[in-house]
Ligand binder design. Structure first.
Ligand SMILES: C[S@@+](CC[C@H](N)C(=O)[O-])C[C@H]1O[C@@H](n2cnc3c(N)ncnc32)[C@H](O)[C@@H]1O
Length: 238
């Protein structure tokens, strides 16, 4: 178990502020973020104490954003102070690490439509003192449902594992993302069309974003952490 293996160092990612590499004595390295709510875990992740700070190990098998970073993501627009709209918050695994990265000057409007999952999200994040997370129980297909809550954001991120994700992302980003802001799309090929090869599905979803006026900056496949998944980063062109 890695929890028994000594930590020998922690260093910040060479490009992404707020993302860290923890080195263990067996030579392995893991991603981590600084815990915004020290002493508290969100999904059973390992907590590491190093030079007066507490880090939460970020599991790429549980978070597709971590998987994308592990696979060499080049454009990671999330940083200290970022304002985000996150669609498909689930029980908060990825949102919790983003919450660590953006800190108390940032904000994550977190949309989830399953009441049961939303309750878990509330218990694990909001009730545990993460003040930069604004929980929204709503359907991402209808962005107008949260127009009275969400302000203009730097980034819209979607991971709802449903058909028409690119369309739903663009519908939201058209309303909420600032000009020259970013969109981040997690595509699960099987949940879009089981009859198509993943690459065909990825291309089709990417084309939807392009047709809606978004510039595609990068696509990263998420194997071996998630099969038939990709992360696409785009930009809203004014
Ligand atoms: C794959 S999980 C998200 C995992 C999460 N992004 C993470 O990395 O921690 C997809 C979530 O999207 C939610 N979802 C699906 N369709 C939705 C919709 N139309 N609006 C809001 N949430 C939706 C599901 O209930 C589920 O919790």
């Amino acid at each position: 178990m890695s929890s028994l293996i000594q930590v020998v160092g922690v260093k910040e990612h060479d490009k992404f502020r707020g993302v860290y590499w923890v080195s263990f004595e067996d030579g392995t390295e893991r991603l981590a973020t600084i815990n915004l709510t020290p002493g508290r875990r969100v999904y059973g992740e390992q907590l590491i104490q190093w030079e007066g700070k507490e880090y939460r190990v970020w599991n790429p098998y549980r978070s597709k954003l971590a998987a994308a970073i592990m696979n060499g993501l080049k454009v990671m627009p999330i940083a200290e102070g970022t304002r985000m709209l996150y669609l498909g918050a689930a029980s908060g695994t990825t949102v919790s690490h983003i919450s660590d990265i953006v800190g108390n000057n940032g904000i994550i409007y977190s949309v989830e439509f399953s009441p049961r999952v939303f309750r878990e999200f509330m218990e694990k994040l909001v009730d545990q003192g993460r003040k930069n997370v604004i929980p929204i129980l709503a359907d991402a297909r209808y962005p107008e449902q949260y127009i009275h809550i969400v302000r203009t954001v730097d980034i819209a991120y979607i991971d709802i594992a449903q058909p028409f994700q690119a369309k739903i992302l663009a519908d939201n980003a058209d309303v909420y993302v600032k000009n020259n802001g970013y969109v981040m799309l997690v595509i699960k090929a099987m949940s879009i069309d089981v009859t198509k090869e993943p690459s065909e599905t990825f291309k089709r979803e990417i084309d939807v974003l392009k047709d809606r006026g978004y510039e595609i900056l990068e696509t990263v496949h998420l194997e071996p952490y998630d099969t038939a998944h990709a992360m696409v980063i785009g930009r809203k062109i004014s």
